[in-house]
Design a protein around this ligand. Sequence first.
Ligand SMILES: [Zn+2]
Length: 286
Amino acid sequence: MTAVAGIDVGGTKCLGVLFDGGKVVNSVRRPTPHADDLVSTLAEIARELGDYKTLGIGVPGLITPQGVVRESPNLVGAIELDLRTQLEAELGHEIDVESDATCAAHAEWQFGAGRGATDMWMVTLGTGIGGGCVSGSKLQRGSHGFAGEIGHMVVESQGLPCPCGQRGCWERYASGSGLATIAGGERGEEVIARAVAGDKEALGYLDTFGRWVAVGLVNLTNITDPDVIVIGGGLAEAADSVMPFVKKWFKELLYAPDNREHPELRVAQLGERAGAIGAALLSAGV
Ligand SMILES: [Zn+2]
């Protein structure tokens, strides 16, 4: 048996994949339950996926190397949840639990848009912003497993309040909800549809939005000097509309832009399955 399994726990859905020979060969999807029912739901998905050699789970939030969910923004009731121990007891075998953004970064690095990079950021622009980092050809988790919380990088110290308790976090401005805020409450999809149709006001919103995205990408570049930045998440699906603005502002805001190599800004290739694929790969040590 060579298949490996991974499950990505999202804010609204859990997506499981069986990955074999570089391809997804089966997938299972369930609504994300309350944290009290998470273990049984994940066990159900794992059984339905079929035979696998190893199983990994990707979870948003602060995940310790021991597989404890310390805090998770989208999982109601998940505080100090010992997910690995509980799910191992339910399934009767060892599993791996990782941060979902770390999983997605690993998958894009190994099988997607980040192939060949030695120093990479994966930036997931969705409802919030997730991050995963490869530095010196090594996936970075940080000393406690909490590396890459780039959505809460403060970009405006007296800025908009964030549910995390701080003000001016990057994800208040450069996520899907950030775009809606910039557009005065209009949904991001609608702004993008209007921009595609050439609407000047919507194009202006995308310009402002692109600047906010670039502010964060420039900060990451100034800190780790990556050769590739992979942009994923829901907004990557609108890359044709959004990326020209991001690229324009990136050049504008980068430190010493004329005297350095710029990272390549690439659009993610694995879509919503990146997290599950990465969880599967990491569980197998691939
Ligand atoms: Zn925050």
